[in-house]
Design a protein around this ligand. Structure first.
Ligand code: NBP
Length: 489
């Protein structure tokens, strides 16, 4: 075990799934690293792995002091522990041994306001701080994640060379960029996760329609998803979905996917995304539908009871042309996905405006092209859309995406119509289609809502034909004209 010689370029504290793999990745890229974990068996485990995976330059430490003193100055320490209080406790333990100019980098899925608080606390001790979103799970951490560092730009400068080597690499560079000040890195990662919820929900709906309206087998589904992964939908989530359909149940008949309980877990970043959207008055109906989908999936016993109550409802079964349905679902999935990304990007824009983060949306799309769970070929098109117009009001009005929406609109409506008639719930696709139809219409029935508000609350309304705020005695006038109508009869 290394004693206190300052040999390592960087340190990492917190050696669960993410920390262990990121530490090995950093070591493999040639940066000597020190590691530490509260429970010391994980230190030994990581050191063993470093030996077994190629004698990597990684040294383990059993206490915060030795760990911190083993780092070259200015010191940079990545923390990868459970978000919340464990991060505060880890910072306290480590910062006791750190000096002004040293940096703390929290790589967890942290609430952005916690990061903003810690930036201020760190500053009062002369320390620099980064809140860095890390996406890609275990595999990404080991072989190349997407990294979203926000906070002190000086701190980023100290580790930029490491991060650029460690991140996933795509044709237009490493999947990392300095995101912005404050908690922007955590906020961007949170919205990334919200978009991920939306993608997973939409894919599960495509599966539901193909299976329960189209009657496709798991074998056919595997083939279709493999095929989709060679076209515009090419992405990590489509690829792994194809793989899932191929796995047989080793403990019984058929495929394993049919034996998995239909109850989705979650850790909270999707919920935060929807809460933030509500705070900022930004519509994110597809992401919200995916969150609701997870809530409802949790009511397994209630749903089973309700299915008995409504056992008579079988939906309208019509004969479907399988080939056409498959192609329609592909188009519906793509169009729904564009709406979901438009919502996520607009949420980021609203927060960026509020906080003055000056987020670069094209760069965000670029660093999501590799390493992370939502990595997809389609992100390149989002990058290009924002490069073409950084002030784009919505992806839906980018000329290329608008053309694609028009091309897919009919197929999308056919899928939604068929699913609704058959009684197959597709909340994400419906939410996306309604979002699209609402956004593209110059006139909405909001005139009636305004009139109602003015009638019962004197909230006033604006007119389409002249400026100003107006109030009308709706009830009085209605009664008067009502009696006039009666008199005419
Ligand atoms: P976990 O979120 O499961 O946390 C386990 C780690 O936290 C262990 O190292 C544990 O130490 C440490 N820890 C806890 Br719990 N309480 C502590 C305390 N009071 N003081 C010091 N250490 C404490 O680990 P993870 O799944 O690797 O995730 C790490 C972070 O990365 C989280 O914020 C997570 O949300 C985020 N993330 C995870 C993934 C993923 O796929 N898992 C993906 C992207 C981001 P111990 O060993 O002593 O108990």
């Amino acid at each position: 075990m290394e004693a206190s010689a300052a040999v390592s370029r960087i340190g990492l504290a917190g050696l669960a799934v993410m920390g262990q793999n990121l530490a090995l990745n950093i070591a493999e890229k040639g940066f000597p690293i020190s590691v530490y974990n509260r429970t010391i068996s994980k230190v030994d485990e990581t050191v063993d792995r470093a030996q077994n995976e190629g004698q990597l330059p990684l040294t383990g430490h059993y206490n915060p002091k030795d760990f911190v003193l083993s780092l070259k100055k200015p010191r940079s320490v990545i923390i990868l522990v459970k978000a919340g209080a464990p991060v505060d406790q880890t910072i306290e333990a480590l910062s006791a041994h750190m000096e002004p100019g040293d940096t703390i980098i929290d790589g967890g899925n942290e609430w952005y306001e916690n990061t903003e608080r810690r930036i201020i606390e760190a500053k009062s001790n002369g320390l620099l701080y980064l809140g860095m979103g890390v996406s890609g799970g275990e595999e990404g951490a080991r072989n190349g994640p997407s990294l979203m560092p926000g906070g002190s730009q000086q701190a980023y400068g100290n580790v930029q060379d490491i991060m650029e080597k460690v991140a996933a690499q795509v044709e237009d560079g490493p999947c990392v960029t300095y995101i912005g000040e404050g908690g922007s890195g955590n906020f961007v990662k949170m919205v990334h996760n919200g978009i991920e919820y939306g993608d997973m929900q939409l894919i599960s709906e495509a599966y539901d329609v193909l299976k329960n309206v189209g009657g496709l087998s798991n074998e056919e589904l595997a083939e279709i998803f493999d095929e989709w992964n060679r076209g515009e939908l090419e992405s990590f989530l489509i690829e792994i979905t194809a793989d899932i359909f191929k796995v047989k149940d080793e403990g019984g008949e058929g495929e394993l996917v049919d034996k998995v309980l239909d109850k989705t877990g979650m850790k909270g970043t999707g919920k935060w995304t929807v809460q933030q959207a509500a705070e900022l008055s930004v519509a994110v109906p597809t992401i919200a539908a995916s969150l609701d989908g997870r809530f409802l999936s949790g009511l397994k016993e209630e749903r089973e009871a309700a299915s008995e109550v409504y056992s008579g409802i079988v939906g309208v079964k019509s004969s479907v042309d399988k080939k056409r349905l498959i192609d329609d679902v592909r188009q519906a999935l793509y169009a729904s996905k564009i709406c979901s990304y438009a919502q996520g990007m607009n949420l980021l824009r609203a927060k960026s405006d509020e906080k003055g983060w000056n987020l670069n949306f094209g760069e965000l799309a670029r660093i999501w092209k590799g390493g992370c769970i939502i990595r997809a070929v389609f992100l390149d098109r989002i990058k290009i859309a924002y490069q073409r117009n950084p002030n784009l009001a919505s992806l839906l009005v980018d000329p290329d995406f608008a053309r694609e929406m028009v091309q897919r609109e009919k197929a999308w409506r056919r899928v939604v119509g068929l699913a609704i008639a058959a009684g197959v719930s597709i909340p994400g696709m419906c939410a996306s289609l309604s979002y699209f139809d609402t956004y593209r219409r110059a006139r909405l029935p909001a005139n009636l809502v305004q009139a109602q508000r003015d009638l019962f609350g004197a909230h006033t309304y604006e007119r389409v034909d002249r400026p100003g705020a107006f109030h009308t005695e709706w009830t009085k006038l209605a009664r008067k004209s009502g009696s006039r109508v009666a008199a005419l009869k």
